[in-house]
Design a protein around this ligand. Structure first.
Ligand code: TXA
Ligand code: MG
Length: 312
């Protein structure tokens, strides 16, 4: 980031940054988002680094239209009816979880390796102008450091994340609370997170199941809904065992793939899910991973690997 630039930027500059795989904080009607090109692992890795997140939770994809979603996710008639009603007619804050089409262009890091995706059309004129000007969706969690409060003004964002992140100032957020999340992957309504849209709002459209509990509302993404390779995974592996695929980090002569030859953790995070996918196949019977330093975004990489070991 050029340090001579003001952290508050106009939309045209924000579009340039986003197109160049940089992160920009944008206003939405719920909270400010920390946005990046959702089709770029490199851009998405910067979100996790800036947030200092200890885990990779799947991120919500922000879209300007139902048509964009239909390009890469399966939108049933029922899901389309709800999107039309809640996004287009009422303009309220709800995200839908859908199944992805096979050849989708989205970053596996942003999806935390899942084959489902959360999508949302924010009802904010600045967010919509930005989204309408870009050919790709924006992955955007709330623009705050992990464990800090969500941010509802441009100043909050600067206080929470420092002045290294450009912010588009869109005034204060009207809703102030993250969107409701509704899982539609079974073609029925399952509430994963409560927000401005309530179960009562959804009830006229059919049966609503609740999948959250009081304590877990904040992070349903931390449940076991994460990608784990089919093959058993081992951490801190230095030497390859027979039939093992070795995922290297830094110097590693016999790695099948290397997360980052230069030892760059940001690059390693960007490559993690797509490389695990690539190694999760014949003729390998297991996947070993070199030790990853537990600093910065390395902690999130190790968290993800530990979960994959348990699930595998
Ligand atoms: O209002 C909002 O939704 C804000 C603003 C910025 O738009 N965004 C937001 O995003 O809260 P984020 O990334 O913090 O929320 C991500 C949460 C995950 O922790 C997970 O709970 C859920 O969305 N999520 C995302 N993808 C999912 C999936 N495929 N299946 C289930 N839950 C998912
Ligand atoms: Mg958040």
């Amino acid at each position: 980031m050029n340090m001579f630039l003001m952290p508050i930027v106009p939309i045209e500059i924000a579009l340039k940054y986003l197109t160049n795989q940089q992160v920009v904080s944008i206003p939405t009607e719920t909270v400010y988002g920390l946005a990046a090109n959702a089709t770029s692992d490199e851009a998405v890795a910067k979100i996790y680094t800036l947030k200092n997140r200890p885990q990779f939770n799947p991120l919500i994809m922000h879209v300007p239209s139902i048509e964009m979603v239909e390009r890469w996710a399966i939108v049933s008639e029922f899901a389309k009816q709800l999107m039309d009603e809640f996004w287009m007619k009422r303009g309220v804050s709800i995200s839908f979880v859908l199944e992805l089409k096979k050849n989708h262009p989205l970053s596996l890091l942003a999806l935390a390796g899942l084959n489902t995706v959360a999508v949302r059309r924010p009802n904010h004129p600045v967010a919509l102008e930005i989204l309408n000007s870009l050919p790709f969706p924006l992955a955007a969690p709330s623009a705050n450091r992990s464990n800090n409060l969500s941010t509802t003004t441009a100043n909050h964002v600067l206080e929470s994340l420092g002045d290294g992140v450009p912010v588009v100032d869109g005034g204060s957020c009207a809703v102030g609370l993250e969107s409701t999340i509704l899982d539609m992957t079974q073609d029925q309504m399952t509430l994963l997170r409560l927000g401005a849209v309530t179960a009562d709002d959804l009830a006229p459209f059919g049966k609503v199941t609740h999948a959250y509990t009081e304590g877990a509302i904040k992070a349903p993404g931390m449940l076991k809904r994460h990608y784990a390779p089919q093959r058993p995974l081992k951490m801190n592996v230095l030497n390859k065992e027979s039939d093992m695929a070795l995922l290297g980090f830094e110097d590693c002569a016999d790695a099948n793939l290397n997360l980052s030859i230069s030892g760059n953790l940001n690059e390693a995070a960007a490559n993690l899910f797509s490389y695990l996918h690539q190694l999760d196949r014949e003729p390998f019977t297991s996947i070993g991973v070199n030790p990853i330093p537990d600093t910065g975004i390395g902690a999130a990489i190790n968290d993800r690997l530990k979960r994959a070991c348990e699930e595998g």
